[in-house]
Design a protein around this ligand. Structure first.
Ligand code: DAH
Length: 333
């Protein structure tokens, strides 16, 4: 039978051979447990130290510690070798090839434009509100002072559902919904989708986006409307932006205007003015429809197409590009 001393001396070589034979992390772990585990060889030998003759105990103890350190070092070394083996590049990996990039997504250019518009109106104290895309004739036309024989209601022009409801043709519907459910004063913008029976071409789409605005209070005048319009377009298009109000007709405003922007300030040639939005002072008949007292309340409203603004902002010449999800287009924004 080996003396305890001999068994300690053999141990270092035996452990080194065991570790070398373990060629992956899980086998090395098994080997580690064989030596260092609770029932392992090293704790077992250490226990036996206690029963060695007293005059040998000191020397044996020192030897035991040396052996233990040597086994631990052999284990550590093998760990490092296995780690290096598993993380090393395979021979056929070409590190000089360009990597695969993961491009983060981004917001759609229409959403970006809408966010900028909303930010300016929030700065003026307007709240953002949304209304339904499927509407009834009351909210889309009647309450907006648009009588039943108005051409905009023609079955040819407007998309009706079988039950008589329709896809809203304008976000002006939200004016009515807000005034029906809130007492004045009102200060809101309402972005959203609208639908028209339009032939699709470079400047028309059967579905597009608008943003509506409504301001109701006592003593509101055209000067307030003009001030808000000027501020908005300068904030959106730059301090050089110039607008004018051109008399027009909308059933729900009186007087009504179209807002034109000076083309040269936008870097657009071949035209003096670009028509960009509609607006006006809320018609007293609209106030009557929502039971507001038209003698007391005054206000202005406006509406504009988001696609049209985005096209002007970015020099885009075909509205269909917004809906095709072509990454070559979308990645430019
Ligand atoms: N609803 C109009 C359209 O779809 C835009 C508009 C014009 C909205 C004048 C308004 C307004 O609120 O006062 O073309």
């Amino acid at each position: 039978m080996h003396s305890l001393e001999q068994r300690f001396r053999d141990l270092a070589a035996q452990a080194a051979a065991d570790f070398a034979a373990a060629n992956d992390a899980s086998r090395l772990e098994t080997a580690r447990a064989r030596y260092f585990g609770r029932q392992g060889i090293l704790p077992d030998l250490m226990k036996q130290l206690g029963s060695a003759p007293a005059d040998q105990r000191g020397a044996l103890g020192r030897l035991a510690n040396e052996v233990k350190a040597a086994v631990a070092a052999a284990l550590e070394k093998r760990h490092a070798e296995i780690d290096r083996k598993t993380t090393a590049a395979p021979a056929d990996l070409d590190l000089t090839l360009p990597g695969r990039s993961h491009r983060p997504g981004r917001r759609h250019p229409l959403t970006q434009t809408l966010d900028r518009i909303v930010e300016v109106f929030r700065g003026l104290g307007f709240a953002v509100i949304e209304g339904p895309e499927i509407e009834d004739n009351w909210h889309c036309f009647d309450a907006l002072n648009t009588p039943a024989d108005h051409p905009a209601r023609d079955l040819q022009d407007t998309l009706y559902l079988k039950d008589g409801r329709l896809l809203r043709t304008q976000t002006s519907t939200v004016q009515i919904r807000v005034m029906e459910s809130h007492a004045p004063p009102i200060r809101i913008v309402a972005p959203g989708r609208v639908f028209r029976r339009d032939e699709v071409d470079a400047t028309h789409s059967a579905c597009f986006h608008q943003i509506e605005g409504l301001y109701v209070d006592e003593g509101v005048s055209v000067a307030d409307l003009k001030g808000a319009v000027d501020h908005f377009f300068r904030a959106l298009l730059g301090p050089r932006a110039k607008t004018r109000l051109r008399p027009h007709f909308f059933p729900y405003t009186e007087p009504s205007f179209e807002i034109d922007c000076a083309a040269d300030a936008l870097g657009i040639r071949g035209k003096e003015w670009l028509e960009i939005a509609g607006c006006g002072m809320v018609d007293p008949n609209v106030f009557k429809a929502v039971n507001y007292d038209p003698e007391r309340w005054t206000g202005f409203a406006f509406g504009m197409g988001i696609e049209r603004l985005a096209m002007i902002l970015h020099g885009i010449d075909d509205i269909r590009l917004f809906y095709q999800n072509d990454l070559r287009f979308l990645r430019q924004f």
